[in-house]
Design a protein around this ligand. Structure first.
Ligand SMILES: Nc1ncnc2c1ncn2[C@@H]1O[C@H](COP(=O)(O)OP(=O)(O)OP(=O)(O)O)[C@@H](O)[C@H]1O
Ligand SMILES: [Mg+2]
Length: 227
């Protein structure tokens, strides 16, 4: 197995601001391997979302390199990055990003549709992943008929469905109560243990430490300490 799944080498993201510049990400180096559940914690404004966007190719660093499967994202054009995201990454957002009027199953099918999977493959895999996240009994429910915790599980199932190598999650428990949040962290841990994936999750929620295989805190755009 060659190198880590994900690697960031001295990445920076600088925004122009009033008098000077803001270094939202200021020289981060990080490597993540398959089987890791890395939690990135830190206060509001510490640079977590900016960092996740750089790692997932949603934004490009001002300096430094991001590698996925050993490929330097700077060498890829926008269309190639879009394709790599579709084939290798799964995203989970705090706002879920689901289509409310579609059923849980239809939402989970979407990434597989983009990858050109057949109807039968999509059905089977969607049902399998919805069962895996514990809502096999809700497959036909429309998203607006589901609770927040259930919607978050659908979003996780959708991120997992097309069998990505790397799952990037931004505050996946942000709008959930403590007990439901714990069940989502537990689920992400089970996923890294049972599938060939890595998870990087950004959160304010320090209870993630009990589940993540590695917790890193971020302050002023820099990584602080690993535990
Ligand atoms: N598009 C932008 N233009 C200018 N400054 C930005 C932009 N996006 C983020 N920033 C600044 O970069 C810093 C880091 O923002 P970021 O959203 O990454 O923080 P965060 O850790 O995700 O915070 P939160 O926990 O509130 O989501 C902040 O100071 C923010 O104001
Ligand atoms: Mg954020």
């Amino acid at each position: 197995m060659a190198g880590p799944l994900l690697e960031a080498r001295d990445i920076w993201r600088t925004y122009p601001s009033g008098e000077g510049e803001v270094h939202a990400v200021a020289g981060v180096t990080l490597a993540v391997a398959v089987g890791e559940f890395v939690a990135l914690t830190g206060r509001s404004g510490s640079g977590k979302t900016t960092m996740l966007n750089l790692l997932g190719g949603l934004d490009r660093p001002t300096a430094g390199q991001v590698y996925i499967d050993g490929v330097d994202l700077a060498r890829l054009g926008d269309r190639q990055i879009t394709r790599l995201r579709r084939e290798r990454l799964g995203f989970i957002f705090q706002s879920y990003g689901l289509i409310p009027t579609l059923s849980a199953l239809e939402n989970v099918e979407l990434p597989m549709h983009l990858r050109g999977w057949s109807w039968r493959q999509r059905q089977e895999r969607a049902i399998e992943t919805l069962k895996l996240v514990g809502i096999g009994a809700r497959v036909s429910h429309r998203v607006y008929e589901l609770s927040g915790g259930e919607q978050q599980r659908v979003a996780i199932a959708r991120a997992l469905s097309a069998q990505p190598g790397l799952i990037l999650a931004d505050e996946p428990t942000g709008s959930l109560d403590t007990a439901t949040a714990a069940s989502i962290w537990q689920l992400l841990l089970e996923i890294v243990r049972s599938s060939n994936v890595a998870v990087v999750a950004v959160t304010h929620d320090l209870s993630v430490r009990d589940y993540a295989t590695r917790t890193i805190s971020m302050q002023d755009g820099r990584l602080e300490a690993a535990s």
